[in-house]
Design a binder for this molecule. Structure first.
Ligand code: SAM
Length: 213
């Protein structure tokens, strides 16, 4: 697989990162053992910085998986703030519910079960922060729904925009071709949309950050 940054720099940065223990450490291990993709640790730290800085009242996450990023966000929210998180996988939902219960943060977390492409058009209240981390073929649709649901000066945080490096690779393995094309199209949209101040930073698997004008 191509890399996002050189291995030596990656190793250097890895040497600084704190490995979570307790529940988050257990979740990282579970995700690794069961091949469930979760946010890269560096990307999770940047996500936490943005949450801490922007102090959102309402957060929407699209793609809960086992709830790793949900718990990292919820633990930083203000007293009355909430996160809505959407997940469609019947396998992942009970695992996430169990972790939410164990985290002691389930009062701050509202898990919405189903496909975000169907759920988002029915959401009425706007959000201060939206984290998009779902299937790549859904990104374009979910981007437009997110834009409608994001408040002015709200933050859109999108994962996987460098897609293991494939967006800029000369050769792409057949199984990654479609998803890579989806991401490449998405990146054009994300970086050129007039409603957002946006950029992609080479952290983790590539993070998109867009602020609504
Ligand atoms: C990369 S994982 C999310 C990881 C999680 N955000 C984290 O960092 O801990 C993507 C998840 O999104 C879910 N998903 C993908 N497309 C979706 C959609 N359209 N609606 C709801 N869930 C979706 C998948 O089932 C999967 O569990």
């Amino acid at each position: 697989m191509p890399k996002i940054i050189y291995s030596s720099q990656e190793k250097y940065l890895e040497s600084f990162i704190s490995k979570p223990d307790g529940l988050l450490g257990e979740m990282e291990m579970f995700a690794f053992e069961n091949k469930i993709p979760i946010l890269h640790r560096h990307a999770a730290e940047v996500l936490e910085q943005f949450i801490f800085l922007s102090r959102p009242n309402r957060v929407l996450e699209i793609g809960t998986a086992i709830g790793y990023s949900t718990i990292r966000i919820a633990s930083l929210l203000k007293k009355k703030s909430m996160i809505d998180t959407i997940e469609k996988s019947d396998d992942n939902i009970p695992i996430a519910e169990n972790y939410f219960e164990r985290s002691g943060l389930n009062k701050k977390i509202n898990l919405i079960k189903g496909d975000a492409c169907q759920i988002m058009p029915s959401l009425k209240r706007k959000y201060d922060f939206i984290f998009l981390d779902a299937d790549k073929e859904d990104y374009e649709k979910l981007f437009f729904y997110s834009l409608m649901l994001l408040k002015k000066r709200g933050v859109m945080f999108v994962d996987n925009l460098l897609w293991h490096g494939f967006v800029a690779a000369a050769k792409i393995p057949p199984k990654y071709k479609d998803s890579t094309n989806h991401i490449k199209e998405f990146n054009k949209l994300f970086l050129s949309n007039d409603a957002l101040m946006s950029s992609i930073i080479p952290v983790g698997d590539g993070i998109g950050i867009g602020i609504k004008k």
